[in-house]
Design a protein around this ligand. Sequence first.
Ligand code: ZN
Ligand code: ZN
Length: 135
Amino acid sequence: MTKSGGCQCGKVRYEVTGEPMNQMFCYCTDCQQRTGGDKWFGVWYSHDNFKFTGAETKVFTRKGSSGADVHNHYCPDCGVTVCADITIGKFFTINGPSFDTDEHLSPKMAIFTASAPKWAVLPTGIPVFDTFPSS
Ligand SMILES: [Zn+2]
Ligand SMILES: [Zn+2]
């Protein structure tokens, strides 16, 4: 099953196939700065199940918590970060609200809550981890 999404202005577009590997709220500091909120809602799809279909993205590369490169892909026009390439895991964490449809979206856990701002309201009913769960 193919799903699609894109940035706010519609120039950057993507398609995914299959089911997400995982989907979660990330409360790390990088995600807060990127979103302007308390967390990023990331929907994980393997490299093999993801492709860009629209305009070329701009890329900002930072080091993830593992020390490996994380490539943030954002729209050169509207600036929305559509996804981040987690190179160490060979998957993309896709901006949840950027999908065209939301029936497949359901956060399964919250991670890096030790970095959450004091005003964050943490979710209930899903596992919450201070950092990244080891398993
Ligand atoms: Zn855009
Ligand atoms: Zn994060």
